[in-house]
Design a protein around this ligand. Sequence first.
Ligand SMILES: Cc1cc2nc3c(=O)[nH]c(=O)nc-3n(C[C@H](O)[C@H](O)[C@H](O)COP(=O)(O)O)c2cc1C
Ligand code: SF4
Ligand code: SF4
Length: 257
Amino acid sequence: MNEQNLKAIFFSATDTTRRCVEMIAQAMDMPLTVSVNLADRNVKLPELNDNDIVIVAAPVYGGRIPTLAADKLKYLNGNGAKVIAMVVYGNRDYDDALLELTDILTETGCKICAAAAFIGQHSIFPKVGTSRPDKADLEKLAEFGRQCKATLVSDIAKTDLSIKGNRPYKKYGGVPVHPVGSRKDCHKCGVCAEKCPVEAISIEAPWETDAQKCISCGRCIFVCSSGSRGYNGIKYNLIGKVFVAGFSHRKEPEIFI
Ligand SMILES: Cc1cc2nc3c(=O)[nH]c(=O)nc-3n(C[C@H](O)[C@H](O)[C@H](O)COP(=O)(O)O)c2cc1C
Ligand code: SF4
Ligand code: SF4
């Protein structure tokens, strides 16, 4: 058998999905030869072939994978690459996101050999799923990585996995809240404008947000060293209260292998 390469393609705005991907790669004890974050602008999709094992991962947005990630993944040429598909969600639900991700990847010619849904801190309401993935999640991610290595590298993985979810997929309704900045605290470094996946922030006025473009991914908050961007306002606080009350009961990771 030819030497196999481990690659990663993921969407991660606030780094939770990326950390989960890297935990799996570490447990597989194989170097990541390619690591592409689809939340970055102007990224190039890697070439794939049937010697590749690829971890493809996305966070859950409204029970789906982010539209931006789905639109980019559709251009992948799978060429028989073996895929570990994963979604990371903020302890509410992953609904149809994992099914959507595996459907897209199958359509591009990838072979889905393993799939999982893990939990991360909610990037809009951090009081839900707080500090996840935690120690128990990291152990499960590592165990999943070892299982993947055992079956994928020796080519004994099943490819007829029964993934949870429904078709047609849940309709994505969008998020009615967007982060804004404080003009007083902003030192105009431009990092948020550069890192916003959809160019919803201008270099000239980084404390403002174009709500028509913003996908509420939270990346601008995550990258701002002055802590000057964030969610606030009556609407955010009201939705947050209901959300925390409804979705704080701990969910556990699910694995399909
Ligand atoms: C726009 C948006 C919608 C989200 N929708 C859901 C959801 O439907 N269910 C859920 O459990 N978490 C949801 N989340 C939480 C994210 O899935 C979770 O925080 C994830 O870990 C973020 O990944 P990242 O840090 O890699 O960007 C949503 C987050 C955002 C920003
Ligand atoms: S402005 Fe919106 S889309 Fe841009 S990084 Fe911030 S939350 Fe994400
Ligand atoms: S990253 Fe923060 S400090 Fe830098 S321009 Fe954006 S809001 Fe201002």
